[in-house]
Every structure is written in structure tokens, then in C-alpha cells.
Design a protein around this ligand. Structure first.
Ligand code: IPE
Ligand code: IPE
Ligand code: MG
Length: 248
């Protein structure tokens, strides 16, 4: 990608929606209340992203490591995803939003699998913003599954090992066809990636905000986008911004 004509609005924003449990705890409520409130923030954030002209919005909804949580909380998170798709799919479709899902679907139950597939198929022709839902997603798992797929191609004689390059790996990931995130946002003050888009975020700008996910308002989102616009992205090259070049 060229560094000279960076758009002010990021093409792809990916969000680690963190802090639902702490938001609830701070109010003396069970963690599940935080997750429910978090779904409202998802709706507002999708709308704000569309209004900002963002092309791709990825939301980290359930990680491959979140299976370590108590079963009741896992059930709540799965229930909320199902309810979200059932309730919001028609409206997202009307708003011309395309839905893509990344993560390992092979291990999910049939009902949720067919719901995710329905969301993708129904919105496949939409040309507005793409909403990427990362569910049962872990970057290491994704990369391992891509490697296995490539190994199968080699074994079948359709691919030579020396033909495996970064582009080929890109095309084998769950995110095939989705541009790399320009901006990764994490709420709740934690400053780590927690196995999110490790390959794709190679040159993403990282932004950590202290607010818990249920408190992440469209105004805060817009403020983060403004901070992004001021960043000097170099991609290993030299600055395209005249001011930065002065001091060098
Ligand atoms: C984010 O909030 C939602 C998911 C990880 C599914 P958490 O549930 O991680 O909330 P905290 O980090 O414990 O506060
Ligand atoms: C990352 O948050 C996963 C999601 C937001 C879905 P976690 O709360 O699971 O991450 P850790 O455990 O704090 O690293
Ligand atoms: Mg957390």
C-alpha cells in the first residue's frame, strides 16, 4: 500500500470489545448484564462506523480462548450472538451491510452455524459496509488452519511449496478478500492483542482506550478516529508527511 495518499478515514477498523464484566462488577451486577449492555454498544458502533464511511468493521465477539470461562457465561455469549443476528439481520440487510464471519466454525453447533451462514448468504450481495464478526476466533488457530489447507493443496499436487508466499497465506486465512485492519481499538484499558488478527494487524495502528466496552460511545469512537487521522503511518518507508520530515 502506498504511504502518500492515506485516507483520513480508515478503510478497516477492528475492535477488541473488552470490559463487559468489569462494567457490570462496578455496578454490583452479574457479568452477563455487561454483555447485554455490550450488545447495545455494538448496535451504536455499527451505525457510527457506517456514518463515518468505514468500509470494514471487525468486532471480536468470542475468542478461541474464551472457552476457559464458566459454562453459564459461554452460554450467555452464544445466546446473545444468536439473538443479535435474529433481531438485527433484517435491519443490517436493509442498511446494505454485508456480514462476514471469521473464526473456527467446524466446532460450533449446527443451530449457530446455520444462523451465521444465513447472515452471510443473505447479505452477500450488499455493497455497503462489511461487518466482520470474529466468533470462536483466535489468530493462531486461524493461521494453523490456513497452514493445514495449504499443506492439503501441496499434497494434492496443486501447489508447490515454493509458491507459498505472504499473498497465498493471506488468501488462505478466514479474512481472505478483506483488507488488513488500519486501526485496532481495544477498550477497557488492557493493552494487548489477546490472539486477535496477529497476521493481519502487522501494520495496524493500535489504540487503547480506558472505557469499558458498554461505555464506548459514538463520540468516543469519533475521537479515536480523529487520533488515527493524525498518526504518521510509514509501512517501513519514510514519512509522507512534510512536518515529520522536517525534524529528520
Ligand atoms: C469482553 O468483556 C467480552 C468478551 C470477551 C466476550 P469481558 O467479558 O472480557 O469483560 P472483562 O474483561 O472481564 O471485564
Ligand atoms: C479478548 O478479550 C476477546 C474478546 C474481546 C472477544 P478477553 O477478555 O478474552 O482477553 P484477555 O483474557 O483479557 O486477554
Ligand atoms: Mg476481558
Amino acid at each position: 500500500m502506498s504511504t502518500s495518499a492515506e485516507p483520513i478515514v480508515p478503510l478497516h477498523v477492528a475492535i477488541i470489545m473488552d470490559g463487559n464484566g468489569r462494567w457490570a462488577n462496578a455496578r454490583g451486577l452479574p457479568r452477563t448484564f455487561g454483555h447485554r449492555k455490550g450488545v447495545e454498544t455494538v448496535r451504536e458502533t455499527v451505525k457510527a462506523a457506517r456514518e463515518a464511511g468505514i468500509g470494514f468493521l471487525t468486532l471480536f465477539a468470542f475468542s478461541s480462548e474464551n472457552w476457559r470461562r464458566p459454562e453459564a457465561e459461554i452460554n450467555e455469549l452464544f445466546g446473545l450472538l444468536k439473538a443479535f443476528i435474529r433481531r438485527d439481520l433484517a435491519e443490517l440487510h436493509r442498511a446494505n451491510v454485508r456480514i462476514r464471519v471469521i473464526g473456527d466454525r467446524a466446532t460450533l453447533k449446527d443451530d449457530i452455524r446455520s444462523l451465521l451462514l444465513e447472515a452471510e448468504e443473505r447479505t452477500a450481495g450488499n455493497a455497503g459496509m462489511t461487518l466482520v464478526i470474529a466468533f470462536n476466533y483466535g489468530a493462531r488457530d486461524e493461521i494453523a488452519r490456513a497452514a493445514a489447507r495449504l499443506a492439503e493443496e501441496v499434497r494434492a499436487g496443486r501447489l508447490e511449496p515454493h509458491e507459498i508466499d505472504a499473498q497465498r497465506i493471506n488468501d488462505s486465512l478466514d479474512t481472505a478478500g478483506i483488507p488488513d485492519p488500519d486501526l485496532v481499538i481495544r477498550t477497557s484499558g488492557e493493552e494487548r492483542l489477546s490472539n486477535f488478527l496477529l497476521w493481519q494487524a502487522a501494520y495496524a495502528e493500535l489504540m487503547f482506550v480506558p472505557e469499558f466496552w458498554p461505555d464506548f460511545t459514538p463520540e468516543l469512537f469519533r475521537a479515536v478516529l480523529e487520533r488515527f487521522a493524525a498518526r504518521d503511518r510509514r509501512f517501513g518507508g519514510l514519512s509522507a508527511k512534510p512536518m515529520a520530515a522536517v525534524g529528520s
